[in-house]
Design a protein around this ligand. Structure first.
Ligand SMILES: [Zn+2]
Ligand SMILES: [Zn+2]
Length: 85
């Protein structure tokens, strides 16, 4: 069993909710952490290089989507990302 660490959720910045930027901004439960505001991840995980640990990626359109690699948590396995931030 790997050791797990409690980390702040990147997608909602630890708030547990995210603002849905529609015409009328609404708050939704964060899907990355199920509204807890934090996630439990293996201690070996590193900041996700795909989204710069923000949990969000630009699609080219205006909206930001959850990073597929880290599923929005901002943390991912240290493979391939070893030499990056
Ligand atoms: Zn979250
Ligand atoms: Zn990511």
């Amino acid at each position: 069993m790997p050791k797990f660490s409690k980390r702040s959720c990147a997608y909602c910045a630890g708030r547990g909710k995210i603002a849905d930027m529609g015409i009328l901004p609404t708050w939704k439960t964060c899907l990355a952490c199920d509204g807890f505001g934090y996630v439990y991840i293996p201690g070996s995980f590193v900041k996700c290089p795909d989204c710069a640990a923000t949990g969000r990626r630009s699609t080219g359109a205006r909206e930001l989507v959850r990073c597929k690699r880290c599923r929005g948590t901002g943390w991912t396995e240290p493979t391939l990302a070893h030499n990056r931030v």
